[in-house]
Design a protein around this ligand. Sequence first.
Ligand code: MGD
Ligand code: MGD
Ligand code: SF4
Ligand code: MO
Length: 731
Amino acid sequence: MPALSRRRFLKISTAALFAAGAAGRLVSAATTAATRPALGVRRVPTFCDICFWKCNAIASVRDGQLWKIEGNPNDPLSRGRLCPRGTGGIGAHTDPDRLRTPLIRTRERGAEEWKAVTWDEALDYVAARMKKIAAEHGPESMALFAHGIGGTFLKHAFKAYGSPNIAAPSFAQCRGPRDVGFNLTFGEEVGSPERTDIANAECLVLIGSHLGENMHNTQVQEFADAVGRGTRLIVVDPRFSVAASKAAHYLPIRPGTDLALLLAWMQVIVTEKLYDADYVTRHGHGFDAFAASLASYTPEWAFPETGIDPETIRVTAREMARHRPATLVHPGRHVNWNGDDAQRSRAIALLNALLGSWGHKGGFYTPASMDVAAYPYPAYPKSTKPKVDNPGRKYPFAHEAITTGIREATLTGQPYPIKGWMVYATNLLQALPNEAETIRAIQQLDLLVVVDVIPSEIAGWADVVLPETTYLERYDDLNVELFKEPFVALRQPVVEPPHDQKPNWWIAKKLADKLGLGAFFPWQDIEQYLETRLRSAGLSLAQLQREGLIRGPRQPIYFDDGVPAEFPTPSGKIEFYSHQLADAGFDPVPRYTPPEPAPPGTFRLLFGRAPMHSFSRTHTNRLLSDLMSENAVWLNAVAARRLGLKTGDRVRLRNQDGMLSNTVLVKATPRIRPDCVFLVHGFGHTARGLRHAFGKGASDAQLITRYKTDPLMGGTAMNVNFVTLEPAEAV
Ligand SMILES: Nc1nc2c(c(=O)[nH]1)N[C@H]1C(S)=C(S)[C@@H](COP(=O)(O)OP(=O)(O)OC[C@H]3O[C@@H](n4cnc5c(=O)[nH]c(N)nc54)[C@H](O)[C@@H]3O)O[C@H]1N2
Ligand SMILES: Nc1nc2c(c(=O)[nH]1)N[C@H]1C(S)=C(S)[C@@H](COP(=O)(O)OP(=O)(O)OC[C@H]3O[C@@H](n4cnc5c(=O)[nH]c(N)nc54)[C@H](O)[C@@H]3O)O[C@H]1N2
Ligand code: SF4
Ligand SMILES: [Mo]
């Protein structure tokens, strides 16, 4: 092959695999920039994006190269320390598997073959198709999936374009049932960061919340402090988690039966009159009907359901009552487990209400925030159609859009067709249950655009892939935090992007221009946007660029400090009995239905987090994959012996629908019940461009072909799949 055409061939074929050039070398972006790097150390404050906790950090650039990132000592969230993922975040910048240039598909969807194009070509292509969809079906037929703060400007562009269909997996696949359960009870949500006062709790109850593996920074630091100062810890988990290893009481519950335990706990607290009667009388509504409904839920009744003996249920209930109101029953976060999740979350809310923890030190505080106005944009066009995801308000208590509802509408064309998806920073193939359903929906589309930093599974199905700069190379919108101490924080570029990546604000503005919506982006660049917002609050961008965050004055956060005890429910009180639920045909007080048992010889598939990874997004990050490059399937040691398996063996998991996983290591351990297995989420990547992560470990998402939908709010419960294990050689 002659030299020139060979080079050209290489260029095209490497673009085809999303990657090119300095593959494998960990070079700093700044060294590839046209400007010669400045010598010495430069420190740039910003906030982390390896998860959604938004810890404030200080990045150091040494001789022009990104060197390290640490917690900002002035930050109430990180308290000067990042979690392992945050510290390894610089690996996102240097990741050789990154997307480098805009791409347009050259073969059938999912073949992952591309041609590299310019930004103008890519955005012209997207704008032309978005205009066509708007002309033929209406702008509502374009949906946006966007997760995280980086989606702000694309959401704005979509509202300007005329689509109300914007969703994130953080509702129907994550915290939605919890928000609904707490809203129905207290009239308020627990938010993110959660308003949990772990720092002052005297008794902490964790139901599945696996703090220590779930690395949400502030919670983990407060948890470590709490353990250090002797907080009584009750952990309920079918798996002996890191948190369980610190517990005074560990309850290895039968999966899916937590509502039975919660009802029995409340039954003990009510019949033994251990609740905060004064608080309940003052703030409660419908307590008598609630109390009467508990009568049959005795610990003896709960025992065969949960596997937790009656004495342990009584002892732990009394322990909780002893420390009230500084007893915090943690609401959890990822709570889509079995399909009764909003009611289970409501039971957690009710237990906290009995203990009087809502509004009190060591329970749930009232978060504070600074007043920074939104940018004064022109009014959006009025949509003539309602949102597509929840037709007829089938799920009456869903107060955010349901991702899987948009997928359903795409598949059925009802209540109206969805013809295009734009996907920003969410890997829908790993985040939504039933991958095949997502792929079928994608096949119905006229347009799929994916904005990502790496060639993720969802990018592999796109018509157009837009490579974004990482969080270390861009500005985002301000973080006006709701927390114990209010603050406003800035994300700003630390280093230049290494290739032709662009930030989300630039992509949104440019696309809006091409759609004829330039009037909705009146600012020249993001600095002007940020300056406008900050000036309205009497703050300056220059100060934030220097300091990273500005803290507001402390405000009262407990009822005892003067926070008014207000409950914005229909009754204005804590709703022990919910007329809202009764009126909508649901149980006004939670009622237990047993989960489907595991078919004989199978294990319920459970999943969760590992401290050094986030979802499916960190597995090509070399610094983090060095710490954990594949997952293992946790299997009870006795069950393993029965199956002739031991730690280090390789197996495949087969689920009830015949779906077969990658080969995966066995971890035979007494630390899990014999009726379930456990995988860390996010492994088992199938996208070819993720060269470093491809094929390593098994994907929980692929095995989640079944899900149960929460009837109150449309959340998709995923702990309803069952697997068997097969020796890897047998396949
Ligand atoms: N390192 C790291 N930390 C993270 C994230 C990350 O990606 N990486 N993601 C963040 C996000 S967005 C979320 S939502 C949270 C999720 O984290 P959490 O809300 O803490 O937990 P879950 O994912 O719901 O639950 C996983 C735990 O529940 C247990 N479990 C499974 N089934 C049952 C059951 O039926 N009953 C009980 N009692 N326990 C059960 C599992 O064994 C496991 O220990 O983590 C956050 N923190
Ligand atoms: N099977 C299964 N499904 C789950 C869960 C589970 O544990 N198991 N957890 C559920 C929970 S709790 C949640 S919150 C959701 C999370 O769901 P998602 O938020 O969708 O999480 P990821 O799968 O990591 O997808 C994030 C995508 O954003 C890309 N990305 C990362 N940084 C950037 C950036 O700066 N810019 C852009 N444009 N893209 C970026 C990543 O490369 C990745 O493709 O998943 C839910 N679904
Ligand atoms: S918890 Fe960790 S990954 Fe999440 S924002 Fe904070 S440092 Fe970053
Ligand atoms: Mo989540």
